[in-house]
Design a protein around this ligand. Structure first.
Ligand SMILES: [Zn+2]
Length: 383
C-alpha cells in the first residue's frame, strides 16, 4: 500500500525574554492590523467591482512601515487564513459566518509562521531547550514530547493565553504506510450514545464518567465567579481574582483535553469499529436545555476518535440521526411512538417486557444500525 501523509502537532511552552515578548506583542498587533486592512479592502473592492479579491500584505508596507519589523511569514499566513475563511464561507454560508474584523479584546493573541527549507538551513527548527524562529531567534522552550525521526516541521503557531503564558503549536508532517482496512464484526464493534450524565454510554453497559477532579475544578470555577460578582470591578482584589479565574479556566480546558485524548485512545485501540449517532452537534449545543460545554467536549471526542481509528484503518460509523435509536427496543425491535423522556433512566418495553437502561439501549441500537449501514455501503461499493 502507498504512503500517506499525516500531520501531528506538538505543543511547547515558550519562555521568551523581554525583547522576544515585545516582538511577539508587535506581531500579534500587526497580524490583527493586516487582517483588518485586507478585509476592509476586500469589502470595498467587492462593492465597487463585484469581484472577490484580497490584496497581499506587501501592498500595505509602504503606508505602514511598522509591518516590516515583524516576521513577514506571519503576515502572509494572515492572508492565507483570510482567503481560507472566505473559501469556506462561499462554499457553506449556512455553517461558516462571514469573516469578522479582529479586535484585541475578543480575539486570541496568536500568529502563525511557515518553515522554509533553504540551502543554508530551515527558517524554523528546534534545539534541545529552544525554538528558533525568524526575527525572534532562539526562544527558550520546554517540550513535553519531541518529534520522531523523519518528521518534517511545517509551521508554528505562537499563542499567548489570557493569563500571559506563551505556547507554540508546532505542526509536523510525516509519511506512514496506509493501513489495511479493518472489517468490523459485531463482537469487535462498540456503539456509543452521548449522555449528559455520563459523557457516553456504551452498548455493553459501560459508562464513561468524566473524572471527579473535572467536576471539582468546575465547582471551584463557579465559586470564583460568584465571588467576582460581589467584588468591586477594577480593585486590586478583583484583578487578582480575575487572574485566578483565567488560570483555573485554562487548567480545566487542559484537563478536559487530556481526558478526551486518553478516552478516545483507549476506545480506538480496544475496538475495530465505533458507531455513534450523526448528531448535528452545533444544533444541539444551541439548545439551552442541554449543556453546551459538555456537547463541545463530545464533539471534540468524536473528532479525536475518528482520526485515531482512521490511522489504524478502522471506521467511525455515524448513524443517521433520524433513525429512531432512542425509542426502539433493542430486544424485540418494537418502535415506540414517542421518545423516552431523558429524565427517565429505565423503561419497560410494552411488547416483550424487557427493562432497558435508556442510554445503553440506545447505544445498542446505534451499534446495530451502524453495522447494517456499514454492510449496505460495502455492498454498494462491491457492486
Ligand atoms: Zn421489546
Amino acid at each position: 500500500m502507498a504512503d500517506i501523509r499525516q500531520f501531528t502537532t506538538l505543543k511547547a511552552r515558550l519562555y521568551p525574554n523581554e525583547a522576544q515578548a515585545e516582538l511577539f506583542e508587535k506581531t500579534f498587533g500587526c497580524c490583527r492590523y493586516i487582517w483588518n486592512r485586507m478585509l476592509a479592502d476586500q469589502q470595498r473592492f467587492y462593492l465597487e467591482t463585484d469581484t472577490h479579491f484580497i490584496p497581499t500584505p506587501a501592498k500595505y508596507k509602504k503606508e505602514a512601515p511598522f509591518l516590516t519589523e515583524v516576521d513577514n511569514q506571519a503576515l502572509i499566513q494572515e492572508h492565507n487564513k483570510l482567503s481560507q475563511a472566505f473559501r469556506v464561507f462561499f462554499k457553506k454560508p449556512e455553517c461558516f459566518g462571514y469573516p469578522n474584523f479582529k479586535r484585541k479584546k475578543h480575539d486570541r493573541d496568536s500568529f502563525t509562521a511557515c518553515n522554509h527549507e533553504f540551502a543554508s538551513g530551515p527558517t524554523i527548527y528546534i534545539i534541545k531547550d529552544g525554538l528558533r524562529m525568524t526575527k525572534a531567534g532562539i526562544i527558550k522552550a520546554k517540550f513535553p514530547r519531541r518529534p520522531r525521526n523523519g518528521w518534517k516541521l511545517k509551521r508554528v503557531t505562537v499563542d499567548r493565553t489570557r493569563s500571559g503564558k506563551y505556547y507554540a503549536y508546532i505542526l509536523y508532517e510525516y509519511a506512514v504506510k496506509e493501513p489495511e482496512p479493518v472489517v468490523p464484526a459485531p463482537e469487535t464493534t462498540v456503539g456509543l450514545k452521548y449522555s449528559m450524565r455520563h459523557f457516553y454510554a456504551a452498548d455493553n453497559g459501560e459508562l464513561a464518567d468524566p473524572p471527579q477532579w473535572l467536576r471539582q475544578s468546575q465547582e471551584k470555577l463557579a465559586n470564583i465567579q460568584r465571588r467576582l460578582s460581589r467584588m468591586q470591578p477594577g480593585s486590586k482584589n478583583y484583578q487578582g481574582m480575575v487572574h485566578k479565574y483565567r488560570l483555573l479556566h485554562e487548567h480545566i480546558a487542559n484537563q478536559r483535553r487530556d481526558f478526551i485524548h486518553k478516552e478516545s485512545r483507549r476506545i480506538a485501540n480496544a475496538w475495530d469499529a465505533v458507531c455513534v449517532r450523526g448528531d448535528d452537534l452545533a444544533e444541539l449545543s444551541r439548545n439551552p436545555n442541554r449543556g453546551s460545554a459538555a456537547m463541545d467536549g463530545y464533539g471534540a471526542f468524536r473528532e479525536c476518535l475518528r482520526y485515531k481509528l482512521e490511522r489504524q484503518g478502522k471506521a467511525l460509523i455515524a448513524v443517521d440521526r433520524y433513525a429512531p435509536t432512542s425509542r426502539t427496543c433493542s430486544g424485540c425491535g418494537m418502535v415506540l411512538d414517542s421518545a423516552v423522556s431523558y429524565k427517565r433512566r429505565l423503561w419497560t418495553c410494552p411488547k416483550c417486557g424487557a427493562v432497558h437502561d435508556r442510554e445503553v439501549n440506545a447505544a445498542k441500537n446505534i451499534k446495530a444500525e451502524g453495522l447494517a449501514q456499514y454492510q449496505r455501503t460495502r455492498k454498494r461499493k462491491a457492486a
